[in-house]
Design a protein around this ligand. Structure first.
Ligand SMILES: Cc1cc2nc3c(=O)[nH]c(=O)nc-3n(C[C@H](O)[C@H](O)[C@H](O)COP(=O)(O)OP(=O)(O)OC[C@H]3O[C@@H](n4cnc5c(N)ncnc54)[C@H](O)[C@@H]3O)c2cc1C
Length: 435
């Protein structure tokens, strides 16, 4: 007798929850159900391809699947391939770690035009997410406007400005590299507030400001970059980086191929164009004025203003915070059987490491509530039998290894360590060896 637990979502938070659950002897089975044929969530489909070091966290996460109590069911979407009711029948408890993979909207006219898209869409596409289509025709885009003042806005800007040679060394699908090999010359980043308010982290900001062959233009009075007494360390560091960039480029006669523009206190008012984007009307309103209106001619606009999670049918949902309301991970009204962790629990904030403590809190709450009371194997029916009877091709860990091997082989063909397969059918062919 012991607990049988389902974890829905194999992103960082789901796997951290598994790791914490395994420390309890009361847990006899943990099944991880993942919509994609691949694990790791935004670590694989969000963390930028030119940050391979961050992605090595996957090695530590993979160890959870070495425990014989854990099984991976990739290519299984909860809500389509199995229902919430199925989970409640097959498991003592369920932890939802489904993340937040959709974009928030700006709510301004023109947002629906071709060439206007959300960062979640753009990032998922350049990361080779198999369910995401090419978001825009990138060729012919010379100017891109990015809206947002967080690290995702930096990622999107940096990836757009990186030279082809660098992208070719990453795991990016080759069709993405070809598409991003465009004539882009200018990226305009619109930050709603001032340089002291941006949410950029030091390393990411420095990386963008130091991109080779990219001129930095700060559209601001240099006095706005001065450090004030009482500024926290991160703010002081960002201001110093901006000042250094300003000093380097002010009056500099080098002519780099590309330019990165920072606009502070600037918001988009309207996206212009008939069928597709031709420009963005902006309003700049620094404290103390003057307020100015302007237009940036552009062929694409990416809003990086936040991700949002999706409701899970049958569970409560907070539409403003885009999360499932919970008490230390426990979802109210579920008799202690349903839990959440990660971005769907606390909203779309925090780095990978933040999910570790968050997942531990959820797992501990579950173990406290259920202790050894679960019926566990063999009394609960096995979901594997149900999936097999339905003929659904679930990808287990050995099959995921085959996908990885196919991606490594593709990488070898292209002179990179690995290159992602971005097509679900191709992933399944590799998994089931039907090529
Ligand atoms: C663009 C971007 C870049 C980032 N870069 C960094 C970085 O460089 N460093 C860093 O530390 N952090 C970074 N982060 C933050 C980090 O990715 C998150 O903290 C972390 O991924 C959140 O983990 P999660 O498990 O809650 O969600 P996710 O990683 O989104 O995982 C959720 C998983 O659930 C699956 N799923 C969803 N619905 C279902 C369903 N119905 N059935 C089955 N499976 C389902 C999804 O397919 C996904 O695999 C970045 C985030 C973004 C958006």
């Amino acid at each position: 007798m012991g607990l049988a637990i389902a974890v829905v979502g194999a992103g960082p938070s789901g796997i951290y929850a598994v790791q914490r659950l395994l420390r309890s002897e009361d847990v006899t089975r943990v099944d991880v159900l993942e919509s994609l044929p691949a694990p790791y969530g935004l670590l694989r489909y969000g963390v930028a391809a030119d940050h391979p070091k961050t992605k090595t966290v996957s090695r530590a996460l993979a160890r959870a699947f070495e425990d014989e109590r854990v099984r991976f069911f990739g290519n299984v979407h909860v809500g389509r391939d199995v229902s919430r009711e199925d989970l409640l029948e097959h498991y003592d408890a369920v932890i939802y770690a489904t993340g937040a993979r959709y974009d928030r909207d700006l709510g301004i006219p023109g947002e629906e035009l071709a060439g206007s898209l959300g960062a979640a869409h753009f990032v998922a596409w350049y990361s080779g997410h198999p369910d995401v289509l090419k978001p825009a025709d990138w060729h012919g885009t010379s100017t891109l406007v990015v809206v947002g003042a967080g690290n995702v806005a930096l990622d999107v800007s940096r990836i757009s400005l990186q030279p082809r040679k660098l992208l070719e060394s990453t795991d990016m699908p080759r069709e993405v590299v070809d598409e991003l090999d465009h004539e882009l010359t200018d990226v305009h980043l619109l930050c709603r507030r001032g340089p002291e308010h941006v949410k950029f982290t030091r390393v990411e900001l420095a990386e963008l400001l130091e991109l080779p062959d990219v001129r930095i233009v700060l559209h601001t009075d240099p006095a706005a970059l001065a450090e004030q007494e009482g500024h926290p360390r991160e703010v002081a560091t960002n201001l110093r980086l901006f000042r250094e960039a300003y000093a380097h480029w002010d009056g500099n006669n080098d002519h780099p191929r590309k330019t990165m523009h920072f606009h502070f206190w600037t918001t988009p008012q309207r996206i212009e164009g008939e069928m597709s984007v031709t420009g963005v009307d902006v309003l700049t309103a620094p404290p103390g004025g003057p307020v100015t209106e302007g237009r940036i001619d552009a062929q694409a606009v990416i809003r990086a203003i936040g991700y949002r999670g999706e409701p899970i049918p049958g569970l409560p949902f907070d539409p403003d915070r885009c999360l499932i309301p919970n008490d230390e991970g426990e979802v109210a009204g579920t008799a202690g059987r349903e839990y959440v962790t990660g971005w769907i629990k606390r909203g779309p904030t925090g780095v990978i490491g933040t999910n570790k403590g968050d997942a531990a809190e959820t797992a501990e709450r579950l173990l406290e509530n259920l202790g050894s009371a679960g019926s566990g194997t063999p009394t609960r029916p096995d979901l594997a039998d149900k999936l097999e009877a339905s003929g659904h091709p679930a990808v287990d860990w050995a099959r995921w290894d085959r996908i990885r091997a196919a991606e490594d082989a593709l990488g070898a063909e292209h002179g990179a360590a690995t290159v992602k397969l971005a097509d679900r059918e191709a992933m399944l062919r590799a998994a089931f060896d039907t090529d």
